[in-house]
Design a protein around this ligand. Structure first.
Ligand SMILES: [Zn+2]
Ligand SMILES: [Zn+2]
Length: 435
């Protein structure tokens, strides 16, 4: 008799196990296997059977096509535009995350090398991307900022660009000096554009704040608050916490797990923190000595085990690790190391990973970006370029114009003028130039 009860119990447990496996749904993932199964069978429980329309869009969206989904008023969307390392690689740009809010506001956190092309591939009008927060001024977190700033005016950004960044241990290392010197370094770029584009996009608003401040508000507009905490990364580095509509997003930039992160990111909705590949892998792939691997992978940056620990201590709704080469032959080692110290919801970020966050649910998907993007449509009326910024080319440039090619160009302009009923004069090829 006892044996029978035992057998029945075993069978019940097996059935329960089977049920769990069938309905397993990673709490952080969007994929709802139950509704997928319903979809496959053409039936939804308690409803009439239905068929997929042969002409309407397929309603289960496991991927994100940028520009095709409305953001709900209470929803936050975060897109990874760079998750990699300082060494440029095709698959992963360096650090960059875009946060979009249901109130229409958009924020960029860090802008490492390669990230600008990811941002452009999303097809978002650049006028809407006018706020950039830099956690520190390493190349892999700020390297594409000059490109973003200077290509804005020729890519339909007609608004000033606003940047927030930390003060320096020495004033000349801070964001204000960095931005001023950047403009100086690219003085000719600005001069050669100034006479050709609406100059509003060339305005830069620099907001430098104290890097040592703890949980200090550095942005408070339109119900969005951004706070800063110090990061442990060669000084003058910070992490950010954005709060809106009861949702919190935390971004580490580069840091060792800190007590400030522990104390101020508890229970945040999306917690994006750096994490490196294991030191053994660094020795293998970089040719590092053990001492170098330990220094870079555990002292300058967060080891996977330490990442797991800080996530265990803070218990975010969704943990995200980034800043490592996320490949088929590295990801398992990273995940296993994290799982030594953390068993909560986890995403191992790669470029174009997308999170949709509401109070009820966090969906993780991959975006399918447009590799052949053009600048998004213009958002406001252009004003004519600043004529004061015009400078006349030297005689050398004019004297070098090749006459027969110039004649062909002039003919093209004549044709275009006729087609569009205008009378635009060629500026260079129409001038008398030396033969
Ligand atoms: Zn760094
Ligand atoms: Zn970094």
């Amino acid at each position: 008799m006892k044996k029978k009860v035992f057998l029945i119990l075993i069978l019940l447990l097996l059935a329960l196990g089977y049920h769990l496996v069938q309905n397993y749904d990673n709490p952080g993932r969007t994929i709802d296997l139950v509704s997928k199964a319903e979809a496959a069978s053409g039936k939804a429980e308690g409803n009439e059977p239905f068929e997929w329309s042969p002409t309407k869009p397929y309603p289960v969206r496991d991927v994100y096509y940028p520009g095709t989904e409305e953001l709900m008023p209470d929803e936050m969307r975060v897109i990874a535009c760079g998750t990699g390392m300082p060494q440029p690689r095709l698959k992963q740009a360096a650090a960059c995350f875009l946060v979009e809010l249901g109130n229409g506001e958009k924020f960029i956190f860090d802008m490492g090398e390669g990230s600008i092309e990811r941002i452009m591939a999303l097809g978002i009008p650049l006028d809407q991307l006018n706020k950039v927060f830099l956690g520190h001024l390493h190349l892999d977190h700020a390297g594409d900022f000059p490109a973003f700033y200077f290509t804005g005016p020729v890519n339909n950004r007609l608004t000033p660009l606003r940047v927030w960044g930390p003060s320096g241990v020495k004033p000349e290392w801070g964001t204000r000096t960095w931005a001023r010197k950047m403009k100086e370094m690219w003085a000719w770029e600005a001069a050669s554009r100034g006479s050709a584009v609406d100059a509003r996009g060339l305005e830069l608003e620099v907001n430098e704040f104290d890097w040592t401040a703890v949980n200090k508000v550095i942005y408070d507009e339109n119900d969005v608050v951004v706070r800063t905490i110090p990061a442990i990364h060669a000084d003058q580095s910070v992490s950010f916490i954005l709060e809106w509509n009861g949702l919190k997003f935390a971004f580490s930039s580069d840091t060792l797990p800190s007590k400030w992160w522990r104390d101020h990111t508890k229970g945040v909705d999306l917690s994006i923190h750096e994490c490196f590949i294991p030191p053994e892998l660094m020795m293998e792939r970089y040719g590092f000595e053990l001492s170098e691997a330990i220094f870079v992978g555990t002292q300058g940056h967060t080891s996977a085990q330490a990442f797991g620990k800080i996530m265990s201590l803070t218990q975010p709704r969704q943990a995200v690790c980034y800043h490592f080469q996320n490949d088929f032959d590295t990801v398992l080692a990273v995940e296993n190391a994290i799982r030594e110290t953390y068993d909560g919801p986890l995403d191992l970020a790669t470029d174009f990973m997308v999170w949709n966050i509401t109070k009820d649910k966090i969906k993780t998907r991959m975006a399918v970006p447009n590799e052949e993007s053009f600048p998004a449509p213009i958002q406001r009326k252009k004003i004519p370029p600043d004529t004061l910024a015009t400078y006349t080319w030297t005689d050398l440039s004019f004297s070098g114009v090749e006459p027969e090619s110039a004649a062909v160009t002039n003919k093209l302009i004549e044709k275009l003028n006729k087609k569009y009923n205008q009378d635009i004069k060629p500026g260079v090829t129409g001038l008398p130039f030396a033969k």
